[in-house]
Design a binder for this molecule. Sequence first.
Ligand SMILES: NC(=O)c1ccc[n+]([C@@H]2O[C@H](COP(=O)([O-])OP(=O)(O)OC[C@H]3O[C@@H](n4cnc5c(N)ncnc54)[C@H](O)[C@@H]3O)[C@@H](O)[C@H]2O)c1
Ligand SMILES: C[C@@H](O)[C@H](N)C(=O)O
Length: 341
Amino acid sequence: MKTAVLLEPETFELQDRPRPSAGPNDVLVAVRDVGICGSDVHYYEHGRIGDYVVENPLVLGHESAGEVVEVGENVTSLGVGDRVALEPGVPCRRCSHCKHGNYHLCEEVEFMATPPHDGAFTEYVSWPADFAYKLPDTVSTTEGALCEPLSVGIHACRRGDVGTGDTVLVTGAGPIGLMIMEAARAAGAGDIIVTDVVDEKLSFARERGADLAVNVADGDLESAVEDFTDGVGADVVVEASGATPSIESTLDVVRRGGTVVLVGLASEATVPFDVLDIIDNELDVRGSFRYKNTYPVAIDLLADGVVDVAGIVEFESSLEDIDDAFQRAREPNVIKGMVTF
Ligand SMILES: NC(=O)c1ccc[n+]([C@@H]2O[C@H](COP(=O)([O-])OP(=O)(O)OC[C@H]3O[C@@H](n4cnc5c(N)ncnc54)[C@H](O)[C@@H]3O)[C@@H](O)[C@H]2O)c1
Ligand SMILES: C[C@@H](O)[C@H](N)C(=O)O
């Protein structure tokens, strides 16, 4: 089977690898769509993200969906021909985090395209059936693949307890920020404010329903939020840029008693945070890491037409053209590329 393998930074090789079979509890999936995520581009460019280092050839891609072509002997939930979205992180199921229901925090998790675990830029993937979610006829495999970033958005909104009528401020209008917007709207958010430093990203966010879009490179976010919220501030701020100034600014724009959710991965390990601000204003500052139990919700939201994810895909490419696809995906104005089979 054709597989795109990252040999070293900026070097893919299209290899012919043996097709796996489904293990007893697995399904073999013919991959149809794989999104290119910012983390794929980061591994492609730098060969590492923090402590995760690409030491051996690695298959990237963790936003995937496809069609079941073989089922393991113990699998009863899925059949050949079913179209499925693959949740990319499979936990150990035995540790205390898994037993507490926080399977996304499992330290033994095998997450696609996070070294040393291979991802989905390949024709077939054998995957545990309980981490493969059947797509209804009305949901495409492109949308199935995008259940992954949508899951990041759903989890972040759950972490922020986003509720009916809340004013939600999302910093960073990349794919994750846009998915947070979708999830916040689905959770009943009232007004949504979005920030970025690129005008095109903000126009895109506006077209997708942002009520206020602020370019923080040339505008004063604090006064814009103050005006917009009658001096109160945002109920929930979800940081989705990873930029240090943006992380710092979250405390200036959240309301007293509000919640800040940190999703963007800071490029620096420490970011100055005014602790007295957090105490005096009784703020909840929460991390949000990947997701748990989001795929069925994401699929329902898609089936019901409550969220739009396919609209963020700006180009499609084939596996053979993966080099070109990554060149395009790394352009600052591009939101999302999709490799289709
Ligand atoms: N916590 C998690 O589970 C999780 C999951 C996926 C991604 N992430 C992280 O979330 C972040 C967003 O992911 P993405 O794929 O959308 O990345 P992206 O790089 O495509 O988007 C980030 C956006 O932030 C904008 N930006 C840069 N500086 C800014 C500033 N000062 N203020 C506001 N916006 C600014 C950029 O122009 C860009 O549009 C990244 O840091 C990524 O690593 C975290
Ligand atoms: C969650 C996922 O989208 C992210 N890129 C990660 O590897 O953690």
